[in-house]
Design a protein around this ligand. Structure first.
Ligand code: DX5
Length: 215
């Protein structure tokens, strides 16, 4: 059974009363915030102020996916607003290991993300130091994209390496996740499924999360 992280990219924060209880009742394991700077990716994603707005309304783990250049600029504010973990893209800092330490020093969980156009080996050196290895199954920047099947090979390689080296980081996959692609990702060795449109465009977000959790 995978952990499930609904992405809030499509969440309407004027209708929180409608969808938040559904995600909590479904047992969503974390909520993923898609923070974008319109530079690393050509989009703006979730507003950081909405983290501060939502924090007092739920105890669900807030996982922040930073699709930005210079991610360390965001860490303190995200911590102040209630983030529980921060994942950044490996190629967005000169010294990923030190960047991971900066997140740790602020008391948050850590993650390193691999965009779809990068070789999985790029994140190998950092696996011993992070809680989450995020494999993008689309090119980062937009929701509702088609799942890219070659991502499954990266998950399989990571699974093998993590098991062999007895590392504790979890494999998270994000982009085009639904019941079909989610099942393939779990079979390949993914631990956490991130889903935006499948959950928020579903007629019943609670049912969508429950179905993903049963994979
Ligand atoms: C891409 C975003 C999306 C989002 C989920 O940059 O990170 O992957 O979380 O989008 P869906 O689930 O609609 O593909």
């Amino acid at each position: 059974m995978p952990l499930v992280a609904p992405s809030l990219l499509f969440a309407d924060f004027n209708r929180t009363k409608h969808w938040l209880p559904q995600l909590e009742e479904a047992g969503a394991d974390m909520l993923q915030w898609d923070i974008m700077d319109n530079r690393y990716v050509p989009n703006t994603g979730n507003k950081i102020k909405d983290i501060k707005f939502l924090r007092p309304k739920t105890r669900i783990f807030f996982d922040c996916h930073l699709m930005v250049l210079k991610p360390q600029k965001y860490f303190k504010k995200l911590q102040d607003f209630g983030a529980d973990s921060i994942t950044f893209h490996v190629e967005t800092t000169k010294d990923p290991k030190n960047t991971i330490k900066k997140i740790c020093d602020l008391g948050m969980g850590t993650g390193i993300a691999l965009n779809n156009d990068l070789d999985v080996k790029k994140i190998f050196p950092f696996l011993p130091f992070v809680d989450i290895a995020l494999v993008m199954s689309v090119q980062a920047g937009f929701g509702s994209q088609e799942f890219i099947p070659s991502s499954l090979e990266k998950v399989k390689i990571l699974r093998k390496k993590i098991n062999k080296e007895k590392l504790c980081c979890k494999i998270q996959i994000d982009g085009g996740i639904n019941l079909q692609t989610g099942a393939k990702a779990v079979n390949a060795g993914a631990d956490i499924l991130v889903a935006g449109s499948f959950v928020f465009k579903h007629k019943n977000p609670k049912e969508a999360v429950l179905a993903l959790k049963k994979l």
